[in-house]
Design a protein around this ligand. Sequence first.
Ligand SMILES: [Ca+2]
Ligand SMILES: [Ca+2]
Length: 399
Amino acid sequence: MDGDVTRVGRKGAPGADDTRGLKMAAAILGVLCILFATAAGLKLASGPAPAAPEGPASASGKPAATPVKGAPAASAPANKKRRRGGNCLVASRGAVPSGCDRAETINDGITDFDGHRGYCSYDMNNKSLEGCLITLPKPVELSRIRFLLWDKDDRQFTYIAYVSPDGKEWRAVKDTSDKPTRSWQDIRFDLQPVKAVRIKGLTSTANSYFHVVEVEGYDDGPLVPLRAPPKAGPRPSSADLKPGLWAEYFDEMDGYATVEDRPLLARPEPKIDFGAMPPPQQPEQGLKGWPMSNASAAVFTGYIKIEKADLYTFFLNSDDGSKLYIDGEPVIDNDGVHGMTELWGQLDLSAGLHRVWITYFNMGGAMGLVLQYKPRNDDRKVVPEDVLFHDPSERETRE
Ligand SMILES: [Ca+2]
Ligand SMILES: [Ca+2]
């Protein structure tokens, strides 16, 4: 097999750099897919470039081509996360904020804010200011910081985030100079002693002011593996299957579900069609019955029944991150904290049952998750309920 083996992309017209990025991402994904496919006997698209999917077309009519965020193996913590809790940067642990107006708001544990209160502010034009600072009484082991940038409108910021073991020597753990960003930022780095965290704003698309609502840092607990797709095994017979994917919903999450997280709710889900929805005020208020509120996660496990062997394009649209695996292999990696973002991936599927596995998380605020597909010469549509199933015997082992 050579050439493109799997195509991936997202909405919007690519820039030159993006196209280069896609080739790199596709190459990485392609190599992985070849390895995986060889091992699993999966037949992925190969040979001539497959037909362009209808969805992510750019203005020129060519398929969109930008790199997939969180491409496989792109970041060390991709398959593990630290346990929730243990924010070390709160005032109750002696952490002292400084460097900006209303500095006390950035580690008061409150993420509620509006246009006038609940966030810090400093003028990036004032070169004597070094950014928002939180200093601990003594170093703690940290491997992650996350913080909320003021996000009441669409403005985007660039910044550099630093950590320091002593408050003097600084190490940049994130530099977004080339990639303006907004809302929650989640930064992982090698576990190391940290006495101070500094976030230096560089630019804002609105004005010269940098605004941070809350900063958190974590040091607790062992690394816990994230849930992973089931190993490809013998296909069950259709007679053993029940309708719908088996959905497990996790509340109060700060990322994808780990092997230690226990679902608050589990039930069959006829299809994955939770369109973009505003932040619900209460569970069950989300669009189309999404059962969780705000920070949550979900895992969907089951099978898709393919009537006719063909090249299929899958589209995964989510707020925030999501990943699609088919027969245990990654097809779409829509990772990251973001608004509704659609990525696609293609592969050849034989007729019969194929394993489907989707993992999803919402860091907070608005949420959404939609899975669509398109056979080569057919219409694009939400993957319908009459082709999605789950195996109750597998369900038992996870309850
Ligand atoms: Ca706050
Ligand atoms: Ca969200």
